[in-house]
Design a protein around this ligand. Sequence first.
Ligand code: ASP
Length: 577
Amino acid sequence: MMRTLRCGELRTEHVGQTVTVCGWVNKRREHGEHLAFVDLRDHSGVVQCVVDNTVDVRSEYVLAITGTVRLRPEGTTNPELSTGEVEIHEATVEILSAAEPPVFPMDERADGVDEMVRLKHRYLDLRRARMQRNLRVRSQVNRSIREAMYAQDFVEVETPLLMPSTPEGAREFIVPARQRPGSFYALPQSPQLYKQLLMVGGLDRYFQIARCLRDEDLRADRQYEFTQLDMEMSFVDVDDVLDAVEVAVLDAAEAVTGVRPDEVARMTWHDAMERFGSDKPDLRFGMELVELTPIFADTGFKAFSTAGSIKGIKVDGGAADYGRNKLDNLTDEAKSFGAKGMVWLKVEADLTFNSPVAKFLSEDESRAIVSAFDAAEGDLILIIADEWSTTCEVLGELRNRIGRPPVSEGPYKYLWVTDFPLFVGVDAQTGQPRPGHHPFCHPHPDDIDKIADDPMSVRALAYDLVLNGWELGSGSIRIHDADLQRQVFAHLGISDEEADARFGFFLNPFRYGAPPHGGFAFGIDRLAAILAGEDNIREIIAFPKPQSGLDPMTLAPNEVDDRHLDELGIRVLPPAT
Ligand code: ASP
């Protein structure tokens, strides 16, 4: 071993020992005529070394320093450092690598540096305490999850990266096949089809810490490549799956934070929409949606009389904070979320309203609003009247806009949202319903009779896990009957012929005895980011892509040479003008 201890490990108990530490020069300061202080850093921390000042070492040189540990002289201890009571003195220095001056400082000042510069020199960024901690949090999360899955008898199986395209909704990355020019593999959006086939194959309980790829615009909680705990179980119901996932998530959370979260709350999708206007409600704050529809059953106010659903939220004491400009902006936002308009009411001392629409509301209606919200002077009430889903969704967005703290702040609020709809909305291009999750979710047994006549009202045995308003993951009990699967495909506009052509490899095996099964997948990047106190998953990934998708360090994606393209039978068109 080159070293006897790590830099951050030195304590008073080591006083008198001769030690060797290795690391990077964090800082060098002259000390009197002949000596210099070198703060040496590795992933564990920093230790002060007293060296002869004739050695030429500068920031980020890599050194091995050997010397004797002693107590720091009185008055010079540093309580901010774990090693702050000691130093290595009479130290000899071996230079292992010289270094050019670093592009940015290796401490928290680099947080203010342009992210592209950090990513271009990610190997330097990774040396910083924040990134060291984040990658170790991530490693701990992976480890806890793996252990939790093994402890529950899951088998770790790797599924192919080169696969046919699957209908999970996202745009896929495709890979040209050299042996069959004109044909392409898809990179997995998820191992969904393989893990279901593993169940047909009798694996019983499968898991994988799986890399998934989706060609979608990048955001704070989305990268092209991300990592999921992917799992599947046979002979289970919804509760069995939720329980198994919960163990893994809560173990990981406890391992990182030291505190085991309470049992995860559960709420149906319908209740989540009704109460929070969102299928991923952030439970860290209240501001719940309040039902007003019955109050306006016979209203003379036109904007309300024609709407199917009228609801509102109350901003406690918000009247003073929201002047005309801010309210206009909020109204514009409500419209951008799909509302036709937004009604605002400021509650006055006598519990009447200051509002452009106050005159259209009867006294009874006004009184009923105040009591529905339990409103007091100075409160601000925002009301949306539209069809049910628009009313809920717009208020859900406004609620988040007004009340939501940064995702990593405050308590951790885990939530299961269950009973998602089997189909949602209509695909603008195909005119067909879109799957609520993906086409393999089992319809709720109580709703199965309605599939033919009223498909949009059918619930699925599908569920999401939510943490502080971020969707951590999704899953479902799957269809294990080929006929039912075809029926669901048909509603999605996928004919029998198309199903056979595209998914024959998946449907045929179901004829040979498929066990009832279900599973789940959740984003490890998102969980680790929140547990590490980060609002952006890039901070928890060693080499992420910036928003543009272009990697400033490797310069990927790159052009490839013509010979390679010829082999693949590919011609690149000039950029569209
Ligand atoms: N394959 C799904 C996803 O990646 C998860 C699941 O249903 O298990 O979102």
